[in-house]
Design a protein around this ligand. Sequence first.
Ligand code: 3VV
Length: 184
Amino acid sequence: MTDDGYAELTSALRGFLDAVATAGPHDQVQALTDDLRRWTAILAESRQEEGKRVFGERFDLPDRGQTLTPVFAPQVVTTSKVEGTAWFGDYFHGSNGAAHGGTLPLLFDEVFGHIAVERGSRARTAYLHTDFRSVTPIGVDLQVRAWVERAEGRKLFLAADLRDGEVVCAEAEALFVLLRDGAP
Ligand SMILES: CCCCCCCC/C=C\CCCCCCCC(=O)SCCNC(=O)CCNC(=O)[C@H](O)C(C)(C)COP(=O)(O)OP(=O)(O)OC[C@H]1O[C@@H](n2cnc3c(N)ncnc32)[C@H](O)[C@@H]1OP(=O)(O)O
């Protein structure tokens, strides 16, 4: 894909969100808010229908050029497994140095999605179960892997874990269902 500036934009946005999440009171907050509103209006002028948007569609970038999920940089992607590193910025902080619990299934959904896409399937998550084994630290390179447990017809049973070195932070199980022809 040609450089559309999105790699830098989404990287800058991640940094901004992390800074907002960690900021204290600041005398420039009103000026910042005004700037944000101005840029929001400028971007809104170029609103596109799904399929023509850039956000999340930059598959050449480690995080697909999106900021919705923690960074997931895949290193191995096959039709049966995916492995990579994950990184939770300050924006994903819950409390006491740990990632917000809801961000773990968010990450796992993203990771599982890579297997479904690699299989060439249009699939959706039917369920996703997360076990929180140990707090997930912020700002640390973590190891994540997911794999296919079994496939039964349109059903793809998946499992995953997230580790900080030897420490298991979380494990997940999910069912992805391949969509019927013509499903929206
Ligand atoms: C250069 C190219 C490079 C490419 C690189 C690619 C990079 C990667 C790209 C991108 C990665 C990011 C990807 C992100 C991924 C995110 C995924 C999501 O979050 S999807 C949104 C959340 N999910 C929904 O909104 C679903 C809502 N639900 C539905 O749409 C339906 O319920 C659906 C599709 C799940 C099933 O509906 P039915 O009508 O197709 O099928 P029925 O008959 O109901 O179920 C089929 C079988 O599944 C079982 N089933 C369904 N739901 C179940 C459940 N919750 N628990 C247990 N079984 C369930 C049923 O019992 C049935 O089983 P029996 O065939 O009878 O054995």
